[in-house]
Design a binder for this molecule. Structure first.
Ligand code: PMT
Length: 217
């Protein structure tokens, strides 16, 4: 299974959601299970890569000794962990569903049920992938785009704005795609090319993604 395109390469992968605490009991999260990212990590390790997998809260597991797993909770923690490894990375694939906003104030005690309306003020999180694009030296940088409308236009916009080498679009309008499924349907864009794939298991999607990257290295 060793693939010369990946053997000995250092691959950084993010997976799962982030949880943004509101108080010690509640958080803002999303439906990412982490499966897409774990399947990418397993496939990359199979091909001989040294994998660093940074995951938000997820029940996914691996005992592959070529995958070093770092578990984080919030977007800020994911940001900090990513930049401990980024310089020493050859290929980065960012499949985590990172929260764009976080509560401005994280209450230290459980918020009590008093008023009929409760407003939580949110502030923007740092964009991990965009920062990686700004600091890019030798890394091959791959992002994901999860869209519900104007999918292709939005994905291509993120490819350019975040200075990526490649972006993988999955649309929640496609049945069986995105999160909460064991399957996904993707379209890959580079600055000069695009390729559509059919609905497949996430293991197969991971193989398609790594095959595509292998041709580009
Ligand atoms: O985990 P699963 O249940 O298997 O589902 C997989 C998935 C649907 C979560 C995955 O395939 C996917 O699409 N991941 C990206 C989800 C997402 O947050 O997309 P986005 O379009 O909002 O973000 C674009 C890119 O920027 C992503 O690579 C994201 O990791 C990154 N990002 C976003 C915000 C932020 N603050 N920092 C980031 O790095």
């Amino acid at each position: 299974n060793i693939d010369p395109a990946f053997a000995g390469k250092k691959i950084l992968i993010t997976a799962g959601p982030t949880y943004e605490n509101i108080d010690p009991v509640r958080f803002i999260g999303n439906h990412s299970s982490g499966k897409m990212g774990f399947d990418l990590a397993k496939e990359a390790a199979k091909r001989g890569a040294e994998v660093t997998l940074i995951s938000g809260p997820s029940s996914q597991k691996t005992d592959d000794k070529n995958i070093a797993v770092y578990r984080v909770t919030s977007a800020q923690e994911m940001f900090d962990e990513v930049f401990k490894h980024y310089e020493n990375t050859d290929i980065a694939i960012m499949s985590a569903a990172v929260a764009d906003y976080t509560p401005k104030i994280k209450a230290t005690e459980k918020i009590k049920k008093n008023d009929d309306e409760l407003t939580i003020e949110l502030i923007k999180n740092k964009d991990i992938l965009r920062t990686m694009g700004e600091k890019k030296t030798h890394q091959f940088l791959v992002g994901f785009a999860l869209e519900t409308q104007n999918e292709e236009e939005n994905a291509k916009g993120k490819l350019v704005k975040k200075n990526l080498d490649m972006i993988i679009l999955n649309s929640l309008r496609d049945e069986g795609a995105g999160f909460a499924n064991a399957t996904n349907k993707i379209k890959i864009f580079t600055p000069t090319e695009e390729q559509s794939f059919t609905l497949k298991s996430k293991e197969e999607v991971a193989r398609d993604i790594l095959n595509f990257i292998a041709q580009k290295l």
